[in-house]
Design a protein. Structure first.
Length: 197
């Protein structure tokens, strides 16, 4: 039996949380990985897999429309290409980071974060940085061999967590999901609708 799109999405979020937890464990040296280059490679491999998971989760949220454009979407492995493909179908595909809900009876209101989360441009930056870390540098390449990561590992983790801890995903038909990823326990997906102001 096939899993529902929402369950596929929740499963993606669970894998992202596991990878982020692993990055944090490696970053604070709870696992001894010498030399430092190996540690960086391991963490940035996880970042790249997190980004790919974010991209695949957006496909789960827009599977029917995306599969019309790309019959073999399961063979797409480049996060940037997947995001571009989904964007052609649904310009509102990227997760919208939300602050914790303000509740009044059965209604819940969410304020948006203005900054401090992983933006689509930063998604591309982190993907490119991760690729640079994972690939062997050409020994004949001129210039500084140091890879400029823009943020520290912990700052990248924090930006991803802020993007996804509470977030909204909009389906092509306009339906909204609000997703909560607590630090432990079950991940929750709620059908939502925009409230009136």
């Amino acid at each position: 039996m096939l899993e529902s799109d929402v369950q596929l999405y929740v499963n993606s979020m669970a894998r992202i949380r596991e990878r982020i937890n692993f990055i944090e464990t490696v970053n604070v040296n709870q696992i001894n990985i010498p030399p430092p280059a190996f540690k960086a490679e391991l963490m940035f491999l996880q970042f790249r897999k997190v980004l790919e998971e974010i991209a695949f989760s957006t496909i789960a949220a827009n599977k029917n429309a995306y599969s019309v454009l790309h019959a073999s979407f399961s063979d797409q492995w480049k996060a940037k290409a997947i995001l571009e493909g989904v964007n052609k179908v649904n310009a509102n595909f990227y997760p919208v980071p939300l602050q914790a809900p303000i509740s009044a009876g059965h209604d819940h209101h969410f304020e948006l974060f203005a900054e401090g989360y992983l933006t689509p441009d930063e998604f591309v930056t982190l993907y490119e940085v991760s690729s640079q870390v994972l690939h062997t540098r050409n020994p004949y390449k001129q210039g500084d061999p140091m890879i400029q990561a823009k943020y520290t590992v912990q700052e990248w983790v924090s930006r991803i967590q802020k993007l996804l801890s509470w977030h909204q995903v909009q389906l092509l038909n306009g339906d909204l999901w609000v997703i909560n990823i607590p630090s432990t326990g079950d991940i929750h997906a709620y059908a939502a609708s925009p409230g009136s102001k």
